[in-house]
Design a protein around this ligand. Structure first.
Ligand SMILES: [Cu+2]
Length: 425
């Protein structure tokens, strides 16, 4: 009883503190949930006459570059960003160029790259190029390899890309805070020799976890284990973009993790092969089939498959709490506890109280509970058959026949007689 009262009081407090959320200017956010007004348009092979299939950073973008005497010049701006995790919740993060994860850096093996880093944070930073083979002085560990980049300063990193694969960039300064606030991004290097067979759809998903106290806006980087929001590219379901592919496409999904936990990412409807890590491509003979790829902290994993089964297939982290949005950890376990008659008595004291959890938690998906401001329901996504009862690290692989664009095609139209049916008793 004490536990329940504690939960009720804490949510009442959250209700009071959360009311300021309406003051946020949601209009400034674009469809991908970023605040920036300078989101670059998608880079296509035509944009730069690219010899490779560019990657798709879901709910994100790729960093444009300029040529300078044979050097590809990129410009990262480290800065605070406001990120919409899903409609109804905006989080005060840190990132690059108005985004978290920062825009994907994409280049080719053999390229000479110069990356300018301007620090618009209120504290110093650096950028480390995770997994890249480069001169020691370019490795970006503040204090060890270079001076810290102070607020207002710009540093240049320059090196030649001597490998290909899925790498990352992130700060090596104020270690505990800066990544937990969202500072991270993909660094994709395409091989000099075109890949055989060719990849048609190449997706990038960055994993992160956060603790945002319900009713507040800023992640608490002091949390070590007890996170309450789990994101694909700093979005939670239903804010996560689907992966749209055409039947027959060869698909690669690249997953990166700089959070405090491993995330076993599971795809329905397919066997895929694990084809690469941040250490490089796995030789064909070393690749093995899986349906779940575990992505430990500080690594990337590439998986590939041919999209030969049409439908809407779930793609999600298989740690069950990681497909939930912020839930109060003080929720008492009421499964199997008879609450009949108690609800009314408690409501005399706390009018908003709802007796719940007796037969399970699925009622959370449809019940309209009063929530603190800037807080998402624990599970809120809807599908064509009703509530999906998940949030967090969840999205959908949409495989379609005969589509002419990769825009969201809506829900799968099931052929007659192919959906599980209720049996009359
Ligand atoms: Cu997870």
């Amino acid at each position: 009883m004490i536990t329940r009262r504690k939960m009720l009081l804490s949510s009442a407090t959250a209700l009071l503190t959360g009311s300021v959320s309406l003051l946020l200017g949601r209009k400034q956010l674009d469809a991908a949930g970023t605040q920036t007004t300078t989101m670059p348009s998608p880079i296509t092979p035509a944009t730069y006459n690219l010899p490779y299939t560019p990657v798709i950073t879901l709910n994100g973008s790729t960093l444009p570059w300029k040529w300078d005497n044979g050097v590809k010049v990129f410009h990262l701006i480290a800065e605070p960003v406001r990120r919409e995790f899903a409609p109804g919740m905006v989080v005060n993060c840190w990132g690059y160029n108005g985004q978290t994860p920062g825009p994907t850096i994409e280049a080719m093996e053999g390229d000479r790259v110069r990356i300018l880093v301007t620090n618009k944070l209120a504290e110093h930073t650096t950028v480390h190029w995770h997994g890249l083979l480069l001169p020691n002085g370019m490795d970006g560990v503040g204090g060890l390899n270079q001076l810290h980049i102070k607020p207002g300063e710009t540093y240049a990193y320059e090196f030649t890309l001597r490998q290909h694969g899925t790498q990352m960039y992130h700060p090596h300064a104020d270690e505990m805070v800066q990544m937990a606030m969202g500072m991270e991004g993909f660094f994709i290097i395409h091989p000099r020799e075109p890949e055989q067979p060719r990849i048609d759809r190449d997706f990038c998903i960055f994993l992160q976890e956060w603790f945002v106290e319900p009713g507040t806006f800023t992640p608490n980087p002091n949390i070590m284990t007890d996170f309450n929001l789990f994101t694909f590219n700093s979005r939670v379901f239903p804010g996560t973009a689907p992966l749209v592919v055409r039947m027959g496409d060869r698909v690669r999904i690249r997953v990166a993790n700089l959070s405090m936990d491993s995330h076993p990412i599971h795809l329905h409807g397919y066997n895929f092969r694990i084809t690469g890590t941040d250490g490089g491509r796995i030789p064909l003979t070393g690749q093995w089939p899986e349906t779940t790829v575990n992505v430990p902290p500080g690594t990337t994993r590439d998986v590939e498959f041919v999209a030969n089964a049409p439908g809407d297939w779930a793609l999600h982290c298989h740690k069950n709490h990681h497909v939930m949005n912020a839930m109060s950890h003080t929720v008492p376990n009421m499964i199997g506890v008879k609450q009949k008659g108690v609800e009314q008595k408690i409501q005399n004291l706390l009018p908003d109280y709802m007796a719940m959890g007796e037969s399970g938690m699925s009622e959370m998906a449809t019940m309209k509970m009063p929530l603190p401001g800037n807080t998402l329901p624990m599970m809120s996504g809807d599908g064509p058959f009703g509530p999906v009862e998940m949030g967090g690290m969840f999205t959908v692989l949409k495989v379609r026949e005969g589509i002419t664009s990769y825009d969201d095609p809506g829900w799968y139209q099931y052929p007659r007689g192919t959906v599980a049916w209720r049996v009359a008793e």
